[in-house]
Design a protein around this ligand. Structure first.
Ligand code: ADP
Length: 597
C-alpha cells in the first residue's frame, strides 16, 4: 500500500518556509517504511498471475519482482537514513526522497507492459485491479502530499491507459477514460486530505501560540498582583509606624492642653487621636489582605476542637458585646468531643472573629450565637454558624457583600462604619480553607453566616474513670458552667459530657441568665469565683437564684484566701479548689445534688 507514495518531480519548498508540508513529507516517509513487505507480496501475486496465465513474460516477471523488491527496500532504507539524520528537512533531502519514489514508480510500468503484450484476455484486467488497489490505498498513506501521489500516478496511470488504448477496442478505450477519471478523483482526494491536514496543523500552531501568549499574560498578571500586594503590605506596614507616633503626639497635645487648661488645643488633640484611631482598622485590614493574597503563610490543616475556637472568639468579643448590650453566646448541637474538625485553626479563628465582629456591629438588639453541630447524612461535617438578630441583608446583596470595599447603606463611606473589607478578608480566608461560605438573611430578620468543615475524630473522650475516677452511676445531670476562661469552660464541658451529663456554658452573667430563661433547668451550677468586671461567682449565683433558678451551686476557685473562704461559707455555698482532681469534682457535684434533693 505504501508503494503508492511515489516520486515528486516538482521541487519542494524550503522546510522552514512550510513546516506543515515538511511534517507531511516526513509522515509519508514513515508510512512507506511501515509496509514494504506488503508491497512485495502484492508484486509476487502479480508474478503468480503471469505464471497462471502461461504468459510469455512469466520469466521476465520474476526478474522484475527481484528488481522491484530491491528498489523498494533500497528506498525504505534510504528513507530511514533521511529520517535518522533529524533536523529540518532541506530541499535536497526532500528531492532525494522524491527521486527514490520515482525509481519505485518507474518499476511499475514493466508488469503493466507485460500484461498487455501476450494476448491473454484476463491479465490486463487483473493487473489493472492490483494497481488500482495500491492506488486507492495510497490515498491515506500519502499523508496528503499531492506531488508524491501524482508522481506515482503518472507512470502507473500512463502505463495502464496506454495499455488499454493499445488494445484498440471500444471497451479498452472506455476503460482508459474511466482510469483517467479515477486517477483524477484519487488525486483530488489526496489534495483535499493534504489541505485538511495543513489546516489542522495551522490551527494547532495557532492554538499553541495563543496558549503560550495566555500563559505569558497570566504570569505577567500574577507578577503584577504579587508586586501590588507587596507594595500594599509595605505601605501599610510603613504607615502604621508614623501614624502610631502621630497618635502619641496627639495624646501629648491633649495632656499639655489639659495642664495649660487650653480647651481648644485639647479638642484639636482629641480629634487628632480620634481620626488616627479610625485609620488603624483600615491599615490592619489592608495588611491582612496583603498577607493572605501573598500566601505568606502556608495553610496547616490539623484536627482540632471547633468549640475551643468558638469559645476563644466569644472571649475576645465579650467586652464589645457587653458594651453593645448584646447577648453573645456559644451553643453546641452535639457533645463537644464530637465537634472536632480538620482545619487551619488560626485561619478559622480569623473567619469566625470577623463574622462575629460584623454580627455585633449590625445587631442593634438581641443576640449573637456561635453555633457548632454535626451535619450531613452521616454527620461527616461540622457546621459552624454565626447567627444574629440584626438588621439583615437583602438577597440582592448576598453576593456583593464579599466584594472588596462593598458596603450596604454607607454611600458616603464613613469609616466609623467600617471600610467594607471584613467580608472580603473572610472570602479569602474561606477560599484558603477550601470551604464554602453561605449566607441566609433577609432585611429585618437577622443573618446567619455558615460553613462546614470535614469532621475529625476527637481523641477519644476519657472514660469516666480516666476523667477522674468517678463512677458513671446515678441519673444524668444537667450542669450550667459559668467561667470567663474559654479553656476552663471547654475542659469542664468535655469532662462532664464524657460521663454523660448535659452541659451548658456561659462566659458571664448575661449568658447564664439567658440559658435559664431559655428553659435550661440545671441540677447544679458550677461557677468560677473570680469573673470578669470584678464580678464574683457569689454574685452570679445570687442573681441566678433571684431569677428563679433553685439549683445548688459549687464555686470553683483558684485563690483560697481565708477571706474568700469566709465569704463563700457565709453564703452557705460549697467551694472547690480548681486544682483538685476531676474525680473529686464529680463526687462533690453528686453529693451536692443528693443533699439538695
Ligand atoms: P464592613 O467593614 O462595612 O463591615 P464587610 O465587608 O465586613 O465590611 O461587610 C460588608 C457589608 O455587608 C457591610 O457593610 C454590611 O452592610 C453587610 N453585613 C455584613 N455582615 C452583616 C450582618 N451580620 N448583618 C447585616 N449586614 C451585614
Amino acid at each position: 500500500v505504501s508503494d503508492t507514495l511515489e516520486a515528486d518531480p516538482r521541487p519542494l519548498p524550503p522546510a522552514a518556509a512550510n513546516p506543515a508540508r515538511e511534517l507531511q513529507v516526513q509522515f509519508a516517509c514513515r508510512q512507506v517504511q511501515r509496509s514494504p513487505w506488503v508491497v512485495v507480496a502484492a508484486d509476487a501475486f502479480v508474478v503468480w498471475l503471469f505464471w497462471r496465465a502461461h504468459s510469455p513474460h512469466a520469466h521476465e516477471a520474476i526478474a522484475w519482482l527481484a528488481v522491484a523488491t530491491m528498489v523498494g527496500l533500497a528506498r525504505a532504507m534510504h528513507g530511514r537514513r533521511l529520517l535518522a539524520a533529524g533536523g529540518a528537512w532541506g530541499e535536497a533531502r526532500q528531492r532525494q526522497l522524491t527521486l527514490s519514489f520515482l525509481a519505485v514508480g518507474a518499476t511499475r510500468v514493466w508488469p503493466i507492459a507485460f500484461a498487455f503484450d501476450g494476448g491473454d484476455i484476463d491479465l490486463p484486467y487483473l493487473v489493472t485491479m492490483v494497481m488500482m488497489g495500491l492506488a486507492a490505498g495510497g490515498v491515506t498513506t500519502s499523508a496528503g502530499v499531492t506531488s508524491l501521489y501524482v508522481a506515482w500516478c503518472v507512470p502507473v496511470c500512463t502505463g495502464l491507459v496506454a495499455g488499454w488504448i493499445s488494445l484498440r477496442t471500444f471497451e479498452g478505450s472506455w476503460i482508459a477514460v474511466l482510469l483517467i477519471l479515477m486517477f483524477a478523483l484519487l488525486v483530488s482526494y489526496v489534495r483535499d486530505y493534504g489541505r485538511t491536514l495543513r489546516r489542522q496543523f495551522d490551527l494547532a500552531q495557532r492554538l499553541q501560540r495563543e496558549r503560550d501568549r495566555a500563559e505569558t499574560e497570566r504570569e505577567r498578571a500574577e507578577n503584577a498582583i504579587v508586586a501590588r500586594t507587596r507594595f500594599f503590605a509595605a505601605a501599610s506596614h510603613d504607615l502604621r509606624q508614623p501614624l502610631s507616633a502621630l497618635r502619641w503626639f496627639g495624646a501629648a497635645v491633649v495632656e499639655h492642653a489639659r495642664q495649660m487648661n487650653h480647651a481648644e488645643l485639647k479638642m484639636i488633640g482629641e480629634n487628632i487621636e480620634r481620626i488616627l484611631e479610625m485609620a488603624q482598622p483600615l491599615l490592619r485590614q489592608y495588611l491582612e489582605i496583603a498577607r493572605i493574597d501573598a500566601h505568606s503563610r502556608e495553610v496547616a490543616m490539623v484536627a482540632g476542637s471547633v468549640p475551643a475556637v468558638l469559645e476563644l472568639v466569644l472571649d475576645a468579643h465579650a467586652r464589645e458585646a457587653i458594651e453593645c448590650k448584646l447577648n453573645l453566646r456559644t451553643s453546641f448541637g452535639d457533645p463537644v468531643a464530637r465537634l472536632f474538625a480538620h482545619s487551619d485553626f488560626e485561619i478559622l479563628q480569623g473567619i469566625v472573629s470577623n463574622l462575629v465582629g460584623n454580627a455585633l456591629k449590625f445587631t442593634p438588639a438581641g443576640e449573637v450565637v456561635l453555633h457548632a453541630a454535626r451535619a450531613g447524612p452521616g454527620g461527616e461535617w461540622v457546621r459552624v454558624s454565626v447567627r444574629d438578630t440584626g438588621i439583615g441583608i437583602a438577597p440582592e446583596n448576598h453576593e456583593r457583600i464579599f466584594d472588596d470595599f462593598y458596603q450596604v447603606g454607607n454611600p458616603s463611606r464613613m469609616q466609623s462604619k467600617g471600610v467594607g473589607l471584613g467580608l472580603a478578608i473572610v472570602r479569602r480566608q474561606v477560599e484558603r480553607l477550601g470551604v464554602r461560605l453561605h449566607v441566609e438573611s433577609s432585611v429585618g430578620h437577622g443573618s446567619t453566616f455558615w460553613f462546614e468543615l470535614p469532621a475529625a475524630d476527637a481523641t477519644p473522650p476519657p472514660p469516666a474513670a480516666a476523667a477522674g475516677g468517678a463512677p458513671a452511676q446515678g441519673r444524668s445531670l444537667q450542669v450550667l458552667v459559668v467561667d470567663d476562661e474559654p479553656s476552663v469552660r471547654l475542659s469542664l464541658r468535655m469532662m462532664l459530657e464524657a460521663v454523660g451529663w448535659t452541659v451548658r456554658t456561659a462566659s458571664g452573667l448575661p449568658q447564664a441568665v439567658h440559658e435559664i430563661q431559655g428553659g435550661f433547668a440545671p441540677d447544679v451550677l458550677l461557677v468560677d469565683f473570680r469573673l470578669q468586671d470584678e464580678l464574683s461567682g457569689i454574685e452570679v449565683v445570687g442573681e441566678l437564684h433571684a431569677s428563679g433558678c433553685e439549683a445548688p451551686a459549687l464555686i470553683l476557685t483558684g485563690d483560697t484566701t481565708p477571706q474568700t473562704l469566709a465569704d463563700i461559707q457565709a453564703r452557705g455555698l460549697t467551694m472547690l479548689d480548681k486544682s483538685r482532681q476531676g474525680s473529686e469534682l464529680l463526687t462533690t457535684i453528686r453529693r451536692l445534688v443528693d443533699k439538695g434533693s
